[in-house]
Design a protein around this ligand. Structure first.
Ligand SMILES: [Zn+2]
Length: 105
């Protein structure tokens, strides 16, 4: 999986199509990501004491990584991520934008 926590993505399918958000959690094993404000789940919390109001807490559910496209922070276009091998002290794989070729941290 090429996406990781902190990346900004554009949702390309599902009920949140068109939304943009930051990945707050990534599950590379299942190809799932959790994106801010996407796949919002509302949970009603019961009041702890009588007389208090119950609360609604929002949480974000995981989505399939194929429903999201990486948004390049450099050219701000939805793009694919490529890899480049660079040789520093040892060979390192870095992520690059396929549109503008900029390095992505
Ligand atoms: Zn780019």
């Amino acid at each position: 999986m090429k996406l990781k926590k902190g990346d900004t993505v554009l949702i390309i399918s599902g009920k949140d199509k068109g939304k943009k958000g930051k990945i707050v959690k990534a599950f590379p094993k299942n190809n799932k990501i959790v994106v801010e404000r996407v796949n919002i789940r509302k949970k009603h919390l019961r009041p702890k004491r009588s007389g208090e109001k119950g609360q609604i807490v929002e949480s974000f559910g995981p989505i399939d990584v194929s429903n999201a496209k990486f948004l390049c922070p450099k050219c701000s276009k939805p793009t694919r991520i490529g890899y480049q091998l660079v040789e520093a002290e040892k060979i390192k794989k870095i992520r690059v934008c396929k549109k503008c070729n900029n390095k992505i941290d």
